[in-house]
Design a protein around this ligand. Structure first.
Ligand SMILES: CCc1ccc([C@H](C)CC(=O)N[C@@H]2O[C@H](CO)[C@@H](O)[C@H](O)[C@H]2O)cc1
Length: 824
């Protein structure tokens, strides 16, 4: 059915204006005079939905009609951000909407700013999932996202006296106009209970999971508008519901809290996102969240499949399930349970189908981030799954034993169970074993996976590990975030680059075009003015627009080495104070990023940056030559303001520790020059932009490994031999930046000295300063700087997530674009 009222779907200014007024009055229930910015946002969003729903249904209908193979991206995180500009831009009606609002006396910016970020993720992994959704829809691939509809997303970060303080992020407070509640899509999910063994109809041993607690998973669907609006895919997020909202028995006994206890406890499952982005907490509720959304998603996937099929051997040809890290890896045991216990398949058949259906992406090698759930906990929370994991392990080790010829150390490394100390289930091993393909997220990372965490598995299954270097969507991260540069590019090479970023290479020869360079600089300067205004609003600091904007924006983590940047900042500060007559290149150090609330060292680094900023920004002896700002509450929307304004992109992690990075890609695409180590995707960025257009420094991953293995590294020696490093560290340790608490930074200084400087900050300091000087020196030559900046933008085409998802589609998922027919 399609509404005959074509008005409702018209994309012209008048049609939009009328829809806005319709929705405001009849849905938001407000008169234009009384409407708030938020009311107008809801109104515009509802009107945009009208322009989406029909094509959404056409898309889904086409998938059914063609019984197309679908991709299911299972992720505990989707860092979506705002959706209004994205939807308008992908539908191609941004200007029409702006004009319609204008005629109503409204500014588009005000309406856009009223939308809260959907911050359903921590950082890289969550944002990658969101970029992949945009790319799958824009490439016409039948891709579904499955996750959790957290009531509270990633916390709001505020600074109080320079310290990070977390506040609940209530994104749903005023409702979410983009989601469609699906109360009829409801699945039971069980926890606890016990397993009963029985003989099935043919006398075979069978198992049933009984006396378990039940929670209901209810679906909320959000349309994913592809570029051009041809394909509109679905993001299905699960919300926990109690099987019984209210217990009258308890109520009648006056036990009011008990009356709603089950409801509260059940709904806790989708209450809040765990704010750790690289340290597993081992909390039972986290395990239950992982199982909750995975079980509901698999039940939904099988229901959809069984609408066209009666037996399961075809499942791998109709569904590709991607595990976004190990967080949904329990899904392997869950699919086995559904196939064996509920659909009575033979074990081996079920295992073949499971392995052929799943694929797993690893996003980190950090030991503390690799999930390993206590056997005792899984036995209690998911008793049947623990049995199944044991069975999988037994069959695997029996099969492997022959090949291991007595190398028990190897067998115990391969085992799904870590027998050392408290017995734990290695979720990475389970994910690897239960998948037909396993990938890393950059060329270097994938090689390191084969050499370290999965070395034994790589030997066992030499053709399973493959590389899929990350990417970013050029729609949000260039077209929408940087209209100044996008319009310039489109005027020069047309707009094909938006859906095929490889076309941006046509800008290469524009690097030598002095006029284009001037226009490129003007676009950058416009973005820098916008950021300067944002910095003033957020921190009160006035920064010099023509200073070099040296940007490090990412989660706070020791391996990302914000500390190395701070030490350089202090060294530069000292040099400027020592040489006030020198004509310095003015520098604005821009930091932003959240620390996991329980990660105290990261929170101390935040305080240090704020303390250094306080001293430097108010020291008249360096005037405006150096400003340090730490912007609060870094999220997708803040990134869209900061990234287009950056001149220098800080990608300075200890080599071998950043799996890929994606901020590095966004910054280079927006014309920033990278200063970085040969880590993660920095290696491939250098290959594409050219070694002359990037500032590389520091040890390679191999050198880091050797140095660590040698055990011979003594940071105190390095510090003693580097006066500017020593001076900077002495200032920190003597309270130069914390006169109110001189020992505040003892833990940091300790970690960098006697603590062995695990992240090799002191070891890379000198070379980092050399690279910084090279960058400052080049910045004195705007023409040469701009030429290199243009060559960065022009050579970042390969880092589009369209390329990445097409590689997955061809080499892992075996899925093909479907072109929905919209003239149904
Ligand atoms: C169990 C707690 C936890 C939560 C999240 C994670 C993520 C894997 C951390 C993460 O976001 N990793 C980042 O993933 C990006 C996308 O592939 C990469 O670009 C980053 O290098 C990587 O740090 C690990 C552990």
């Amino acid at each position: 059915y399609k509404s005959r009222d074509i008005e409702r779907r018209s994309l012209d200014v008048d049609g939009l204006k009328r829809s806005f007024l319709e929705w405001l009055v009849y849905s938001v229930g407000k008169d234009a005079r009384a409407a708030t910015r938020r009311d107008w946002f809801h109104t515009v969003a509802l009107a945009v939905r009208d322009r989406v729903v029909d094509r959404w249904m056409d898309t889904t209908r086409s998938y059914y009609q063609e019984d197309a193979k679908r991709v299911y991206y299972l992720s505990l995180e989707f860092l979506i951000g705002r959706l209004l500009t994205n939807s308008l831009s992908n539908l191609g009606i941004v200007d029409e909407c702006r004009q319609a609002l204008d005629r109503l006396g409204l500014s588009m910016e005000d309406v856009v700013d009223a939308e809260p970020d959907a911050a359903l993720g921590n950082g890289g992994l969550g944002r990658l999932a969101a970029c992949f959704l945009d790319s799958m829809a824009s490439q016409g691939l039948p891709g579904y996202g499955y996750g959790i509809r957290y009531e509270f997303g990633l916390f709001e970060q505020r600074f109080e006296n320079g310290w990070q303080v977390e506040y609940p992020e209530q994104w749903l407070q005023f409702g979410n106009p983009w989601e469609f509640a699906r109360p009829e899509v409801l699945y039971p999910v069980q926890f606890y209970g016990r397993v009963e063994e029985f003989r099935d109809s043919v006398g075979d041993r069978a198992y049933r999971w009984v006396d378990a607690d039940r929670v209901l998973a209810m679906a909320y669907d959000t349309p994913v508008v592809g570029y051009g609006g041809d394909t509109i895919n679905t993001l299905r997020l699960w919300s926990a519901r109690a099987t019984r909202d209210f217990n009258f028995g308890h109520f009648n006994d006056g036990a009011y809290m008990k009356a709603v206890e089950q409801k509260i406890l059940s709904e806790n499952l989708s209450r809040v996102l765990y704010p750790n982005d690289a340290t597993e907490t081992g909390k039972e509720l986290r395990l239950k969240q992982e199982y909750f959304f995975t079980s509901a998603s698999l039940q939904d996937i099988l229901r959809r499949y069984l609408q066209h099929h009666t037996t399961f051997e075809n499942l791998p040809n109709k569904a590709a399930i991607q595990l976004n890290d190990t967080h949904p890896a329990i899904g392997i045991a869950e699919l086995m349970r559904l196939l064996v216990d509920q659909h009575a398949l033979r074990w081996d058949d079920a295992w073949e189908i499971t392995r052929a259906t799943f694929a797993y992406t690893n996003h980190t090698l950090l030991p503390e981030a690799l999930e390993a759930w206590p056997v005792r906990m899984i036995e209690r929370v998911l008793p049947r799954h623990m049995q199944i994991i044991y069975e999988i392990n037994a069959k695997f080790l029996n099969r492997t034993k022959a090949r291991a010829d007595g190398d028990n150390a190897r067998l115990s490394r391969l085992s799904l169970i870590d027998e050392r100390g408290e017995r734990r289930v290695r979720m990475g091993n389970l994910a690897f074993l239960g998948s037909h393909k396993v990938n890393g997220v950059s060329a270097l990372h994938t090689e390191l996976m084969k050499q370290t965490v999965f070395a034994d598995f790589h030997e066992e299954f030499p053709d399973r590990i493959n590389n899929k270097t990350n990417g970013i969507t050029p729609r949000r991260w260039l077209k929408q975030a940087n209209p100044a540069l996008s319009e310039l590019i489109t005027t020069r090479i047309g707009e094909g680059w938006i859906s095929d970023l490889s076309q941006i290479a046509a800008l290469r020869d524009k690097a030598d075009d002095v006029v284009f360079r001037e226009e490129f600089r003007r676009a950058k300067r416009k973005n820098k003015k916008r950021l300067a205004a944002y910095i003033a609003r957020q921190t009160g600091e006035e920064v010099l627009v023509d200073s070099i904007f040296d940007v490090q924006v990412k989660r706070m983590h020791e391996y990302k080495r914000q500390l190395l940047n701070v030490l350089h900042t202090i060294a530069l500060y000292n040099e400027m104070r020592d040489n006030p007559t020198v004509s310095w290149v003015p520098v604005t150090k821009v930091f932003a990023g959240k620390a996991a609330p329980s990660y105290h060292m990261a929170k101390l680094i935040i305080k240090l940056i704020n303390d250094v900023a306080k001293v430097v920004n108010h020291d008249p002896s360096v005037h405006d030559n150096l400003k340090v700002v730490l912007l609060p509450n870094y999220n997708v929307t803040a990134a869209e303001i900061i990234i287009p304004a950056a001149d220098l992109s800080e990608q300075i992690s200890t080599a071998g520790m950043e799996a890929s990075g994606t901020g590095n890609m966004k910054l280079a695409l927006n014309g920033a020059l990278t200063i970085g180590t040969l880590d993660g995707a920095n290696v491939e960025i250098r290959e594409h932009v050219g070694p002359d257009n990037i500032f590389i420094f520091g040890m390679t991953a191999e050198e880091v490994n050797d140095l660590r293995a040698s055990g011979g590294f003594n940071p105190r020696e390095v510090i003693a031999s580097n006066p500017s490093l020593k001076r900077a560290l002495d200032m920190i340790s003597t309270g130069a930046f914390s006169p109110d608490d001189r020992n505040r930074y003892h833990p940091i200084v300790q970690a960098l000295t006697d603590g062995g400087d695990h992240f090799l900050v002191t070891a890379d300091f000198a070379d980092y300063c050399r690279a910084q000087e090279a960058a400052m020196h080049l910045y004195r030559d705007p023409e040469e700087w701009t030429r290199k900046a243009i060559l960065n933008t022009a050579n970042m085409g390969w880092f589009s997530s369209d390329r990445t998802v097409n590689e997955y589609a061809g080499e892992v998922w075996d899925v093909h674009p479907v072109h929905p027919n919209h003239d149904g």
